[in-house]
Design a protein around this ligand. Structure first.
Ligand code: NOJ
Length: 765
């Protein structure tokens, strides 16, 4: 009896903090609801509609007009404006309005703000949630210190198609990994409470499936089965919701014929009802007006009606809500309730951001404004260098071409070697290229004797007039792709002459940052312009050849891979990219990055992804002439597989040990391997665990990532790694969209990449 009483007391005491927390959550939710309802009751229709507008200074809405609209309560938020003095003026205007409802300020802070970190696909290559947290925290602090409340980030669109220029922004091709990174980044940006300076509201995007446009062509439509959506594309958006993301931005594209902006199923059924998303839903830039181009609305009025009825809260940039909602309300085509619901979400976001308590929470007082917004003291270089080093992926290293000897005579060649702009990558917020470190700069800093450093440009990134016309906006300085006035032959000859004088050639090649960007899809995936010819000419000199790739998407560079002695993928590595790359080239940092996306052999293979289905006729090594699911002019399989990346040391993996051969529901299956550093120096690698459901009610992928561990081992050290699996890990969405594990045989695979794995089988009962 006494024991039971003690147990009850202990249980009560243990649960008391949880109960107290729940009560305080309920009290604050009630206070918030009360505040919002009270405000809503006082608002005129015009003021309500004003809250649904997120605008930027532009041709249609000049600064003076926006200031007037803010003062008249006809604006909910502003984006693309930055800097405390500027934003203060807008907030002052909003606080002159009748109800003094503050504005919120948003910006595209995607991979850093003043200090730029690697682009999304680079951050994803770290396989290090600590690095992602660091990048996110610093971005939030820098953005907040510039007066911003919301960032249009993280970008979580899965893609299996490197033709899509926005492959650069996301986390790659895997649903499980992308979901993990998404919740990490949301938590990093938002911190423990949104109502504090230093934390910003994340707006995950682009809901949903933006990374799967047909043909990899940006803005193109997507037609996808529900099981594939749920299994392979939706998990990161769902992870954002589960992590408490404050806002969600809708994609431009049409999903199975219905644009996201007017897609009731997507917004109301999936996001609101199934996932219970409580935050703000915003459109992409001009997307409400785009409903007319999509051909689902015949007039602007109809477009506004469809969007608000589908559940969109705030429209970005176009003026359709302002111009059309009053008439739609009068005619009864849109109900007061529909508008009020949207307004509640905007006010709710402002409440959560702490703006009703203090509209200047992030803007601060004028006396505290920084004298120089680009001051070095406002940068976080050390952290940027640390994260950038982790994002670099060593793809080839034969005959120990790397690391380089610091006393060698090095020829740095290539159109991207001296670029401080490209290394920042696209969406580099308000960073200045003058503060970035190019690859050439980084190598020069690292060398004992910089006089042994030689340089030649060798080629332009591209000379394709179609690309130049598109990317080089007239009058922009610098141009996206700089064109050297010398002839291609002359540049090539200079590079060859320089290479001949050197002990080793480092060729920095790839794409300009604008080539891997919104609207920049490519139909070919080779090195553009004369760069491939440059690599062949450098190879012909017989000097050791190191390729440093700078690009935002997987490239198909099989020939260049064969010619090079070493290949280092650097993506666009940010402000400190050049120093980080030099750290790896000279061995001051041992590379540990792994690819979060597959590199195809040729563009014709696309989409190429590791978690494909087996098909009726998988190719068989012992029957190469048999009919099979393959190309007759290209091998199956990637140039570099998902999860791949080398180190300057070597690792071996033992066979897998399982704690049981059969698993009952509710039980745990342990899988272990011994990882050994068999090389001469300390190094880190990522041990990856994949599962396969051998036979199920629908065909299941040949493998799917479920766990990983990033491990640092000293030379000669070994460690046993343990992974626990349960029924939850074996679940998938079946044809009825039930998330369930089916009894039968499974394979567990563990490897240092997705191709080369150890395997054991077990049964689920
Ligand atoms: C369009 C892009 O698709 C989106 O990612 C971005 O946040 C908005 N423009 C605002 O710049």
């Amino acid at each position: 009896m006494r024991t039971i009483a003690w147990l009850m007391l202990i249980t009560f005491l243990a649960s008391a903090p949880v109960v107290a927390q729940r009560l305080s959550d309920q009290t604050s939710a009630a206070a918030k609801a009360h505040f919002i309802e009270n405000l809503l009751r006082q608002m005129t229709t015009e003021e309500k509609i004003g809250q649904l507008r997120l605008n930027c200074i532009g041709v249609q809405s000049p600064r003076e007009q926006l200031l007037e609209e803010a003062a008249a309560s006809r604006l909910g938020g502003i984006f693309y404006a930055v800097g405390r003095a500027d934003l203060r003026e807008f907030q002052d205007a909003a606080l002159r309005s009748r109800l003094k409802i503050p504005l919120f300020f948003a910006y595209d802070v995607i991979h850093g703000h003043r200090t730029i970190f690697p682009i999304g696909i680079g951050l994803a290559s770290t396989w290090d949630t600590g690095a992602i947290t660091l990048a996110g925290r610093i971005a939030a602090q820098e953005a907040s210190a510039d007066g911003l409340d919301m960032v249009f980030s993280p970008m979580v669109d899965i893609t299996r198609d490197p033709r899509w220029g926005r492959a650069s922004e996301g986390w790659g091709e895997d649903a499980w990994l992308s979901a993990l990174y998404t919740s990490t980044m949301v938590q990093a940006l938002q911190g423990s409470t949104l109502g504090a300076a230093g934390n910003v509201m994340a707006s995950a995007k682009h809901f949903a499936l933006y990374g799967a446009p047909e043909g990899g062509r940006d803005y193109n439509s997507v037609d996808m089965s529900l099981p594939r959506m749920y299994q392979d594309y939706l998990p990161p958006y769902h992870a954002a919701v589960k992590a408490g993301v404050g806002a969600m931005m809708l994609t431009y594209i049409a999903i199975n014929g219905v644009p996201a902006t007017s897609n009731t199923w997507l917004i109301r059924d999936l996001l609101r009802k199934q996932w219970r998303f409580k935050g703000l839903i915003i459109s992409d830039f001009n997307a409400v007006a785009d409903l007319v181009s999509h051909g689902v609305a015949s007039t602007d009025r109809e477009a506004a009606m469809l969007a608000i009825r589908a559940g969109l809260n705030m429209s970005m940039s176009d003026t359709l809500f302002r111009d059309e909602l009053p008439g739609l309300l009068r005619s009864g085509a849109v109900s007061q309730e529909e508008v009020d619901d949207a307004v509640r979400e905007v006010l709710g976001a402002k409440y959560d951001l702490g703006l009703f308590a203090d509209p200047y929470l992030r803007i601060g007082a004028a006396k505290d404004d920084p004298a120089d917004i680009h001051a070095e003291t406002r940068m976080h270089r050390e952290q940027a260098r640390d994260v950038a080093r982790k994002s670099l992926v060593l793809l080839k290293n034969q005959r120990n071409a790397l690391p380089l000897d610091k006393s060698a005579r090095i020829a740095v060649v290539g159109p991207l070697a001296k670029s401080r702009l490209d290394i920042l990558g696209n969406w580099s917020s308000i960073a200045t290229s003058a503060q970035a470190v190019s690859v050439y700069d980084g190598i020069a800093h690292a060398l004992d004797a910089p006089d042994r450093l030689l340089y030649a440009r060798g080629a332009d990134v591209t000379d394709d007039p179609r690309i130049l016309d598109y990317l080089n906006v007239p009058g922009a300085n610098p141009a996206d792709v700089e064109v050297d006035p010398r002839s291609p032959t002359r540049m090539l000859q200079e590079a060859v002459d320089v290479a001949r004088q050197a002990d080793v050639v480092v060729a920095v090649v790839g794409e300009s940052r604008g080539m891997s960007y919104e609207g920049a899809s490519r139909a070919s995936l080779g090195l553009p312009g004369y760069q491939a010819r440059l690599i062949s000419a450098l190879k012909a000199t017989g000097k050791p050849l190191v390729l440093v790739l700078m690009n935002g998407r997987p490239l198909s560079i099989g020939k260049e891979h064969d010619m090079a002695d070493a290949v280092l993928e650097t993506w666009y590595s940010g402000t400190e990219g050049g120093n980080a790359i030099a750290d790896v080239l000279f061995g001051d940092y041992n590379p540990s990055g792994k690819l979060p996306i597959t590199f195809p052999r040729s563009v014709g293979q696309v989409p190429t992804y590791y978690n494909h289905l087996n098909t009726s006729k998988p190719p068989q090594a012992d029957a190469p002439r048999a009919v099979a699911s393959r190309y007759i002019d290209e091998q199956n399989g990637p140039l570099y597989p998902f999860g791949f990346g080398l180190s300057y040391t070597q690792f071996s993996l033992s066979d897998i040990t399982l704690t049981r051969q059969s698993l009952k529901r509710g039980e745990v299956l342990g899988a272990s391997v011994v990882l050994k550093n068999t090389g001469q120096r300390a190094g880190e690698t990522v041990v990856q665990l994949y599962l396969r459901d051998i036979s199920a009610s629908i065909s299941r992928p040949v493998k799917e990532l479920k766990r990983y561990q990033k491990i640092l081992l000293q030379a000669g050290e070994e460690r046993t790694l343990y992974f626990n699996l349960s029924e939850e890990d074996l679940k998938f969405y079946n044809a009825q969209l039930e998330h369930a594990a089916e009894a039968g045989a499974f394979s567990v695979m563990i490897g240092l990449d997705s191709r080369d794995v150890k395997e054991r089988r077990f049964e689920l009962f």
